[in-house]
Design a protein around this ligand. Structure first.
Ligand code: HEC
Ligand code: HEC
Length: 498
């Protein structure tokens, strides 16, 4: 049977088809068209500013991100815009280190590893800070920044009228883009920030200490983000570690993360990038089917390759050299002391390096250890698998990891919770280690090895640590305590060479 259409109907159908086609093209162009990233000068630049794939699911519209500090200066910790969160900002760059910008329909801002893994040091206050790629981001207060964004989302000033007025001072958006911001992007960003408040509510409970600069609560973040484990009472503020020279961390039965939660470099990289939002959120299959489609069709393959390249880069990135003079003779005297008292747990390839040292033996604050469980590991492993990604599984161990000490000078303050400000203090018993000190000030003390942690400038620029607060305990790691002062000085000199 032949269906005969009226000529008029045919015309209408054609017009409808054309309309659908144009609408689809418009939708694709304005929301999905992905522009390639710029060519990076080298892998360090890429580490600092390059995408790890978080813009699609977790990206904030660039213009909203850009104007928030000017609309909400009263919600910021101080003057200077985003810099007031201690972010590292290189001269002449549009955005701080650890921030990425990519056009997916519209320019979106997301974070990469560098927000927590690029730190700075100075030899004196007046000096321009030196950046060290893959060192702990010692000055960056991630929690304060997240709280700022959430507070913006709750504020009545977060509306299209106010934000668009501010945006128009900066940029000439086209009529269409203004309507997109007005009716879609601003309201959607607002509700995304409100959802984030619920997701992060656990960290605002009264018994949970703040993280301060240079730290977060990594396993609770992982647990509450990747699994359905119920809220528990644990707290686990942990120092950002270094991630250079990762080849030294590879091998059978070698572990990473402070409580040896992962047996593989590759898994840490993947799980960290997932935490930043590289894959779609597990609850969004119905609400954001396009995100899932994009992930399955194209983004996952890109992601796997990006993780391989990141692994290649970090595996051979050398630790930073101690930037002050070293007394070679003194260091040579310190070497046998290191070999006698420390090497067994810290020398690459030694029997107990990168292994869980039982909590009873190491004696450090146990709170961070208790934030992770086998049940959480099982569920996180399942969650990663369901994204179509294969990687060695996370585990549960009952001790703290004994890491190699490469570039140790740039990893202060010390121990998993950053409870001991300098290497010299680490060689003292708990009673003699500082009970109150300030972290987040990046002027370096080459004698005691660590950042300056007391005095007016440290108090003004730093964040107060009280080692009697939950999770901040500075006990344990009782090695080298009985050495004479002269021996400690030679050992410290040797540690500068690592
Ligand atoms: C929000 C801050 C943050 C971001 C972003 C982040 N990390 Fe980390 N990273 C941490 C913290 C904190 C730890 C320590 C975890 C623990 O307590 O075991 C860590 C641990 C690691 C380790 C293990 C080091 C060791 O000594 O065991 C590696 C490797 C690493 N991160 C790489 C990355 C990479 C690669 C990315 C980006 C894909 C990334 N991280 C993103 C905070 C962050
Ligand atoms: C029995 C094993 C063992 C011995 C011996 C040992 N350590 Fe450790 N070390 C550890 C463990 C485990 C940690 C992690 C503890 C924590 O994070 O709370 C650690 C952490 C450290 C850190 C902090 C690393 C960081 O990034 O914050 C330094 C520095 C350190 N050790 C130096 C030494 C020195 C110096 C000696 C010798 C005088 C020594 N260690 C002897 C097991 C050991």
């Amino acid at each position: 049977m032949k269906i005969k259409l009226h000529r008029r109907t045919r015309k209408w159908l054609l017009a409808l088809l054309l309309f659908v086609f144009i609408a689809a093209w418009f939708g694709w162009y304005k929301f999905l068209r992905t522009e390639p990233e710029p060519k990076w000068a080298d892998q360090s630049e890429r580490f600092k500013y390059g995408s790890i794939g978080a813009e699609f699911s977790r990206g904030m519209p660039y213009w909203i991100w850009a104007v928030l500090p000017r609309v909400f200066p009263d919600l910021m910790p101080g003057p200077g815009g985003y810099k007031s969160f201690g972010l590292v900002w290189e001269e002449g760059h549009e955005m701080p280190v650890g921030f990425t910008k990519q056009v997916i329909g519209f320019p979106r801002v997301a974070n990469n590893c560098a927000i927590c893994h690029v730190g700075t040091w100075r030899s004196k206050e007046e000096e321009v800070p030196h950046l060290v790629v893959a060192s702990p981001a010692n000055t960056v207060n991630v929690q304060a920044m997240m709280r700022f964004l959430i507070a913006c989302g709750k504020d009545s000033r977060f509306n299209s009228g106010v934000l668009l007025t501010e945006i128009s001072r900066e940029a000439k958006l086209s009529f269409i883009d203004r309507q997109l911001y007005r009716f879609l992007l601003i309201p959607l960003t607002r509700s995304a920030l409100q959802r984030q408040e619920q997701q992060l509510g656990w960290m605002n409970r009264p018994h949970v200490p703040d993280w301060g600069p240079g730290r977060d609560d990594p396993m609770n973040l992982t647990k509450y983000f990747m699994t359905t484990q119920p809220l528990d009472n644990t707290v686990g503020q942990a120092d950002f570690p270094s991630n250079w020279n990762l080849q030294a961390r590879k091998g059978t039965n070698l572990f990473l993360n402070w409580s040896c939660d992962t047996p593989s470099v590759h898994s840490v990289l993947i799980d960290s990038a997932l935490g930043l939002g590289a894959a779609p959120d597990k609850k969004s299959r119905l609400t954001y089917p396009l995100d899932w489609l994009d992930w399955n069709l194209h983004r996952r393959a890109w992601f796997v390759q990006r993780m391989n390249e990141l692994d290649d880069f970090l595996s051979v990135l050398p630790p930073p050299k101690f930037p002050f003079a070293i007394n070679a003779e003194l260091a040579a005297t310190g070497k046998p002391i290191y070999q006698k008292y420390c090497a067994e747990c810290h020398e690459v390839g030694a029997p107990r390096t990168s292994k869980p040292i039982p909590i009873a033996e190491i004696g450090a604050d146990r709170e961070r250890l208790d934030t992770w469980s086998q049940a959480a590991a099982d569920e996180a492993n399942q969650a990663v698998k369901s994204l179509g990604i294969t990687r060695p599984n996370m585990v549960k161990n009952e001790g703290y990891c004994s890491p190699p000490l490469d570039g140790i000078w740039m990893r202060a303050p010390y121990l998993h919770n950053g409870s001991v400000p300098t290497l010299r203090d680490l060689l003292e018993p708990k009673e003699k280690r500082p009970k109150i000190f300030y972290r987040g000030y990046d002027v370096f003390d080459p004698v005691n090895i660590g950042f300056i942690f007391s005095g007016e400038a440290a108090e003004k620029n730093g964040w107060r640590v009280d080692t009697s607060v939950r999770g901040e305990g500075n006990q344990g790691h009782n090695y080298g305590l009985d050495l004479t002062d002269a021996e400690k000085t030679t050992l410290l000199e040797y540690l500068k060479t690592l």
